[in-house]
Design a protein around this ligand. Structure first.
Ligand code: SAM
Length: 406
């Protein structure tokens, strides 16, 4: 959107980026608690005053509030990937802030007045956004990462076998690396992400995306949909049921014989899949990804998470075997960065039950997870227990359909 606007507006956007960058060092919790923002820079004050008419016009336009909202939402998700944002309220807050600045400019302010207005408007916007962030359950930092394609393949236990097309990568990330790699191999693939690159993926929310019926050969989701589902399940909020419904919609959108493949696993829902229709195979993460942090997280959660689930939609009347070959157990090379399991540990730590001593609270955790299952069954729309198989040497005790942990 900014590509078609004037150089003055582009410069204003760049100055706004500098503010966001300066805030990157400040813990989100402190910003939400109202920690004072940095003083407006002289460059920002002077730029606004120097281009009053042009910038006031832009600040009053709906495109400005929308662009500001998109940027703020991205910035907030980069600080806490789980925060749910009321986009209408965020846009309204941005609109109000932009209008206040436009009004100030109309009065031909001197540098001091302009600076004071920026401080007041900044404080008010901060307070409104903080309220939205608190309501959205994301007031501490829980970062979101993207991973190398080879690492995603390893973690998902996909081996070298070709994926059945068409492939949908749910939560493909800003760069959609996996989608691009598949396309380079000649596989028909597309991504879905709220921050997707539009050349190879669809921008959208997976909670409202129309996945369709009998449509996908393979759906993959690495550290994305299921990670958020685990988070919502542990938080025991109403959102967990929305995730359960969307999970079932994803399964229905598979072609017969198609697979839904994701990390982390969702034992609390996989154990409830109807065995006549779906087969779930659990593929443990490569040994090198099973760090102590991941084990501690599993103890805290009260169920196993550190595996890839391959859920196959069975062809009625046929014997279907899971494809994908043996997962490679090789250690990920050091240059691939932080392992997904570490991020899993960090990411799910946004849930309420982690934190100091959480790993020791195993029993209490079981008690708190159980009540969610009954309504979850209802949200899934069925009750028949399903079948989950282990592949690749799973540890004893982490067996089929064990939704309640060890
Ligand atoms: C941890 S990243 C993983 C990205 C990628 N799969 C990878 O492994 O590199 C999770 C992704 O999920 C996306 N995401 C989170 N919530 C979403 C939602 N409700 N709808 C669509 N995408 C979402 C984020 O934008 C982010 O790109």
């Amino acid at each position: 959107m900014l590509a078609r606007v004037s150089p003055e507006v582009l410069r204003l956007a760049a100055l706004f980026e500098e503010v966001l960058q300066a805030l990157a060092e400040v813990p989100l919790a402190e910003l939400v608690a109202g920690r004072a923002l940095p003083e407006p820079s002289a460059a920002l004050v002077e730029h606004l005053r120097a281009h009053r008419a042009t910038l006031a016009g832009w600040l009053r336009s709906p495109g400005c509030a929308e662009a500001l909202c998109v940027r703020l939402a991205r910035w907030l998700w980069s600080r806490n990937q789980y925060v749910r944002l009321d986009r209408a309220a965020l846009t309204a807050a941005c609109d109000r802030a932009a209008s206040e600045l436009a009004d100030e400019l109309a009065g031909e302010p001197d540098a001091k007045d302009m600076s004071e207005r920026l401080v007041r408007t900044g404080q008010e916007l901060q307070a409104r956004v903080a309220a939205l962030v608190r309501a959205g359950g994301g007031k501490t930092d829980v970062v979101c990462s993207e991973y190398a394609v080879t690492l995603q393949r390893d973690a998902l236990g996909l081996g070298d076998a070709p994926l059945t097309a068409p492939v949908l990568d749910v939560g493909c990330g800003r760069s959609a690396g996996f989608v691009r790699a598949l396309r380079a191999e000649g596989v028909a693939a597309t991504g879905l992400d709220r921050e997707a690159p539009e050349d190879v993926a669809l921008v959208g929310d997976w909670l409202t995306f129309p996945f369709g019926q009998d449509r996908w050969g393979t759906i993959v989701s690495h550290q994305a949909f299921s990670l958020h589902f685990v988070h919502q399940h542990l938080a025991q909020g109403p959102e967990a049921f929305a995730y359960a419904r969307v999970y079932m919609a994803m399964l229905r959108s598979l072609k017969p014989g198609g697979r839904l493949v994701y990390v982390p696993g969702l034992p609390f829902v996989e154990s409830m899949l109807p065995a006549k229709t779906y087969r779930c195979t659990k593929v443990p993460l490569p040994e090198a990804m099973l760090t102590e942090a991941v084990h501690a997280l599993e103890r805290a959660a009260g169920f196993e998470l550190a595996y890839a689930a391959h859920v196959e939609r069975l062809v009625r009347g046929s014997v279907i075997t899971c494809s994908g070959g043996d997962p490679r157990r090789a250690s990920p090379p050091a240059d691939r960065g932080v392992g997904p399991a570490d991020a899993l540990a960090q990411g799910a730590a946004g849930g309420r039950r982690t934190g100091p001593g959480a790993a020791d609270r195993g029993v209490g955790v079981h008690e708190r997870v159980r009540p969610t299952l009954r309504p979850l069954r209802a949200a899934l729309g069925q009750a028949a227990p399903g079948r989950a198989e282990h592949r690749g040497g799973a540890a004893p005790g982490r067996g089929a359909g064990d939704g309640r942990g060890r």
